[in-house]
Design a protein around this ligand. Sequence first.
Ligand code: CO
Length: 134
Amino acid sequence: MIGKLNHVAIAVRDIKKAVGIYRDILGATVSAAVPQPEHGVTTVFVALPNTKIELLEPLGADSPITKFLDRNPDGGIHHVCYEVNDIRAASDALKSTGARVLGDGEPKTGAHGKPVLFLHPKDFCGTLVELEQA
Ligand code: CO
């Protein structure tokens, strides 16, 4: 069912500092920072030859990553995103196994303008999983 690793998301308190680490120390190509008020985060993409790293900084008072950063003050891996060919079919197949799809279970438009779903970390080895329509 799952295909390519689309990205690994890392939550950070200070995205400028994180950009400095990835661009200036690790020598990667990074995008501009894009505020995404509808998702409660500012994002930067780090382009790697085989995948991307998504840097996430909280935006606004109810950012979905605030609690994560309270538990992980130095930042950390927040989720992994796998591509699927048919997100509705994937959602239905996963639900039939008892896996929990977060929210109302309907795909939402994600940070890259494609339909995404998030799966409960307790059902997936303690890792928040994002599925993105390929
Ligand atoms: Co993501």
